[in-house]
Design a protein around this ligand. Structure first.
Ligand code: PLP
Length: 407
């Protein structure tokens, strides 16, 4: 940790060099999308300047080089997540896409019927809610929602009650995007498995902040988006245990997902290509590989300690502001969320922007969670490797000043 050089890291993000409304930019909206370091931007540019070609089946030099680079990126991701094999890494367009893939193929599999249930939590992003709702509408299965306590932690007694009813699948976020709270996913997965349920973990907010070991977690499926972890938009990953991905039917048809097409019937490709129909986001995959290299170079433990210390300082500074309420438990990673009595989150967020501080306001795609707390939204400050104590101070000063102006 002593080697953590935040100034050097900051210098790697060209976008941070600009001023916004005449003030140096404080970017605290990383949970929505992170900024991109030069190492990632260079890989994207290099791909289009030197490698651009469609992958697989190409006989020419560029096609072969691009294919090799794409598959090398898959290997990097497998290593980063400690997947059993690169075949268990499916490229998607993002977290939403990965969840829709699994919910759709579970539906196609014919395994889900009227007597079945699927469990999600009240903390889930709409992307980890609506696909399951749609699957339940199609199959007649029941969607059960795990409630949260006032402090934002899961009601574990209800979880165990739901498990007694033998759900087919539990879909949970690893870190809440609305509150920044970290869920104890390892023991939850273990209990779910003992009850015979599959588990999908939404790692959209976890991959940028924590070291992830899918084998240690024993998750059946783990999904995330590149763009929240220093990579571009339009690329994401679905990790799935080989046994499940092999047993489940394919999803979208066309392109690389076939072995042989005949009007009498098509034979589908082996993993991972079975789930990758159409030309993939090749540059995105390479850039995601570079983003994970970038994260590993910082070191996820050091990064986590740095961000945790910023969040703790921010929580302490903000708590001193009259009428300010922080949401979620103390065990946060990446983000913290708050409101101030009598002040609309949007109004304060707009003032913060005018003071050069970029945060997110609103429901954070968690409307049912907001409804649970009787609010329409919060102000969320979310951190990345380049944020420093100066950013925390600018946030606290801007919130103090903004609140004074709005009272
Ligand atoms: N799940 C969580 C926890 C998220 O924070 C987000 C994005 O904010 C998503 C899912 C959806 O990610 P994407 O829009 O990249 O598919």
């Amino acid at each position: 940790m002593s080697g953590y050089d935040v100034s050097a890291l900051r210098a790697q993000f060209p976008i941070l060099e600009q001023e916004v409304h005449g003030l140096p930019l404080v970017y605290l909206d990383n949970a929505a999308t992170s900024q991109k370091p030069r190492a990632v931007l260079d890989v994207s540019r290099h791909y289009y300047e030197k490698l651009n070609s469609n992958i697989h089946r190409g006989t020419h030099y560029l096609a072969q080089e691009a294919t090799a680079a794409h598959e090398k990126a898959r290997e990097k991701i497998a290593t980063h997540l400690n997947a059993g094999s690169p075949d268990e890494i499916i490229f998607t367009s993002g977290t939403t896409d990965g969840i829709n893939l699994i919910s759709s193929v579970l539906g196609y599999s014919g395994r889900i019927g009227k007597r079945d249930s699927i469990v999600i939590s009240n903390l889930e992003h709409h992307s980890n809610t609506v696909p399951w709702q749609m699957l339940c509408e199609r199959t007649g299965a029941e969607l059960k929602v795990l409630p949260v306590h006032e402090d934002g932690t899961l009601e574990l007694d209800v979880f165990h009650r739901y498990l007694d009813e033998n759900p087919i699948l539990i879909a949970l976020t690893h870190i809440s995007n609305a509150f920044g709270s970290v869920l104890p996913v390892r023991p939850l997965i273990q209990s779910a498995h003992e009850a015979g349920a599959l588990v999908l973990i939404d790692g959209a907010q976890a991959v940028p902040h924590l070291s992830i070991d899918v084998q240690e977690l024993d998750a059946d499926f783990y999904v995330f988006s590149g763009h929240k972890a220093y990579a571009p938009t339009g690329i994401g990953v679905l990790y799935g245990k080989r046994e499940h991905l092999e047993a489940l039917p394919p999803w979208r048809g066309g392109g690389e997902m076939i072995k042989k097409v005949d009007y009498a019937g098509t034979t589908y490709n082996d993993l991972p290509f079975k789930y990758e129909a159409g030309t993939p986001n090749i540059e995105g995959a390479l850039a995601l590989g570079a983003a994970l290299d970038f994260l590993n170079e910082i070191g996820l433990d050091d990064l986590h300690s740095h961000e945790a210390s910023l969040i703790e300082h921010a929580a302490t500074a903000l708590s001193a502001i009259e009428g300010l309420k922080l949401y979620g438990p103390h065990d946060r990673a990446g983000a913290l969320s708050f409101n101030i009595d009598g002040i609309h989150h949007y109004d304060l967020g707009t003032l913060l922007d005018q003071m050069g501080v970029a945060v997110r306001t609103g429901h954070h795609c968690c409307q049912p969670l907001m409804a649970r707390f009787g609010i329409t939204g919060t102000i969320r400050a979310s951190f990345a490797c380049f944020n420093d104590e100066g950013d925390v101070q600018r946030l606290a000063d801007a919130v103090t000043k903004g609140a004074r102006m709005l009272r």
